[in-house]
Design a protein around this ligand. Structure first.
Ligand code: SAH
Ligand code: SF4
Ligand code: F3S
Length: 461
């Protein structure tokens, strides 16, 4: 196998959350530095990398289907498109969560895997996988044992502070300020797939933000699995927000996700006062019932959550609040589910991501609580909550009709509506306006003229 040819063409596909999107940008940077070329389609590639997500079973299934598709398409004997053989590497959260299943799967051969803290070793791993005579990530020298090609070591220190991500030009840039999570909510796989919490220094984050501004980015979204527990050399997340907001050229700062258990007064004050920090907080509640919250080990009660959202609204009346909810957590009874319904009605979230509980390998819930809410009940509950949220979002969106906002144009016109361009309000609402001569990155003052549950319509004023 000619290694130099291999070195040239990599196709990377990303699943999961914004943190994974950011990581893919790190991966591109690391590979470009090592002289690999990143290609826009799978057909041109010698190496296909899937940066995967493990948060729910559905995420796994999507990746398994893709692996089959890739292997078939690139294997002439498999009756696919007749392409050349490729190296397939699995990165991201599935790599750390499912090492054995992936490497020992008999239905398909993965050539190598790399966890979220091992990306600096990617060039070596790819080279090693390329050298293997028999694909499937097995390295066998003369008289040697079969060895699998992988690195899923989780680090307490790796923050990739010394890697500047390779991004597509745009308006918003993702910026991970911390990695990992120490919370161990019982349902969640993230602490196992991404390891312990660690933060980057304020100077390092500010330096990256300056470079972003220099490249024309207008907004940064600061990322962490538990972003308000950011802490580095005496600086907390509120300090970090203030420091980032001092960077000229960046007009908006967003962040995701804070944990409701520790949303300090100081942080709320910065959100309320600092004009660059967007008036939107994504605050995942997960459930409105105290017994379930305790089983989830969320470390707050329904009453504490309601007190927090009440306080946020008093101190920052224009705030948009969004959330995540899980239905059908093990043993969740109807009346307990109704507490979540009541909480949603009480808080009136601007939008909500609602998920069916999905048992994850290795989590505390998987060990302690049988996944005993029937699928049909989970479906009923998710449908019910989605209906409530849709009505709520519509009501809230309609209340904006007639109001005036500054929107930052973030999206090119879609194929379906080529005559419209879209931007977001400070509260993260998408607004479509006639394109006219507005361009990406423009700040446009608009009046809202129409609303659906998902978007607003407006005109420039
Ligand atoms: N760090 C973020 C959560 C990231 S995961 C936070 O704590 O806010 C995004 C969302 O996925 C979670 O808020 C939760 O609602 C959902 N989720 C996580 N694990 C899940 C599971 N096992 N089943 C269903 N949904 C899950
Ligand atoms: Fe998962 Fe909880 Fe950490 Fe969020 S805070 S990543 S839900 S363990
Ligand atoms: Fe998925 Fe990992 Fe993000 S599990 S949601 S890609 S942190």
């Amino acid at each position: 196998m000619n290694n130099d040819v291999m070195k040239n063409k990599i196709f990377l596909e990303t699943y999961g959350c914004q943190m994974n999107s950011y990581d893919s940008e790190l991966v591109c940077s690391i590979l470009a530095k090592a002289n690999y070329a990143l290609v826009p389609t799978e057909d041109e590639a010698d190496v296909v990398l899937l940066n995967t997500c493990a948060i729910r079973e559905h995420a796994h299934q999507k990746v398994y289907n893709r692996i089959h598709e890739i292997k078939r398409g690139h294997n002439p004997a498999g009756g696919g498109a007749g392409g050349h053989p490729v190296i397939v590497g699995i990165l991201g959260c599935m790599a750390t969560n499912l090492r054995t299943e992936l490497l020992e799967n008999r239905k398909f051969k993965i050539d190598f895997i790399a966890g979220p803290d091992s990306y600096k070793r990617l060039p070596q791993l790819i080279d090693e996988a390329a050298k293997t005579e028999v694909r499937g990530g097995e390295v066998r020298g003369k008289g040697e044992e079969v060895r699998k090609v992988f690195d899923i070591t989780l680090s307490e220190f790796e923050t990739y502070s010394d890697v500047y991500p390779r991004r597509e030009r745009g308006v918003n840039a993702w910026l991970a300020v911390m990695r990992g999570c120490n919370n161990f909510c019982t349902f969640c796989v993230v602490p196992y797939t991404r390891g312990r919490e660690r933060s980057r220094s304020v100077e390092n984050v500010v330096e990256e933000t300056r470079r972003l501004a220099g490249e024309g980015f207008r907004q940064v979204t600061l990322l962490g699995q538990n972003v308000n527990s950011y802490f580095c050399e005496g600086a907390d997340f509120a300090d970090l927000l203030e420091a980032v907001s001092a960077v000229e050229g960046i007009v908006r700062i967003r962040f995701t996700s804070p944990h409701p258990k520790d949303f300090p007064e100081k942080l709320l004050d910065v959100v309320a006062r600092n004009p660059k920090v967007c008036k939107h907080i994504h605050l995942p509640v997960q459930s409105g019932n105290n017994r379930i919250l305790e089983l989830m080990d969320r470390t707050y009660t329904r009453e504490e959550f309601l007190a927090l959202t009440g306080k946020i609204r008093v101190q920052c009346p224009s705030i948009a609040l969004t959330t995540d909810i899980i239905v059908g957590f093990p043993s969740e009874r109807d009346e307990e589910f109704r507490d979540t319904v009541a909480l949603m009605r009480d808080v009136e979230f601007d939008s909500a991501f609602i998920f069916k509980y999905s048992q994850r390998k290795g989590t505390i819930a998987a060990r302690k609580y049988p996944d005993n809410v029937p699928e049909s009940v989970k479906t009923e509950r998710i449908v019910h909550l989605n209906e409530i949220q849709k009505a709520m979002s519509l009501k809230k969106n309609r209340a904006h009709i007639g109001a005036e906002y500054a929107i930052l144009i973030e999206e090119e016109p879609s194929e379906r509506f080529p005559e419209y361009i879209q931007g977001r309000t400070d509260g993260n609402k998408l607004v479509a306006i006639p394109k006219a001569d507005h361009a990406l990155g423009d700040f446009v003052q608009v009046r809202i003229t129409g609303a659906s549950a998902n978007t607003l319509k407006g005109v420039a004023i």
